[in-house]
Design a protein. Structure first.
Length: 111
């Protein structure tokens, strides 16, 4: 009987030992899962930060491009305005010149 009792005691010790190993493995697995979740969250935040920064850089690039285009449009407008004013001045001078010429011709004809 002693042998059976001894065997039962060893089986019980083995079961307790196995339970402790399983519990320790479970705790370790839970800790690994917790750490993995934390790392995943850190990674997710880092990726969001990178995406946000990339978006900000793209926005800055587009704003700079729009500013350059606005400057080009303003310069073109200024050139065209200058050309129109010059043309208007030339036409005004020609009109005044023609008017004076006609007045002089009309003045000679009346004498």
């Amino acid at each position: 009987m002693r042998t059976t009792a001894e065997k039962l005691r060893k089986v019980k010790e083995a079961e307790e030992s196995a339970s402790e190993v399983v519990a320790a493995a479970r705790r370790e697995a839970e800790e690994l899962v917790r750490k993995a979740r934390e790392e995943a969250e850190v990674y997710r935040q880092e990726e969001r930060r990178k995406a946000r920064e990339a978006g900000e850089r793209e926005l800055e690039r587009r704003l700079e491009e729009a500013r350059r285009e606005a400057e080009e449009i303003a310069a073109e407008f200024s050139r065209r305005k200058s050309d129109v004013l010059e043309t208007a001045r030339e036409r005004k001078e020609k009109a005044v010149s023609l008017l004076l010429e006609r007045l002089q011709e009309a003045g000679k004809a009346s004498f």
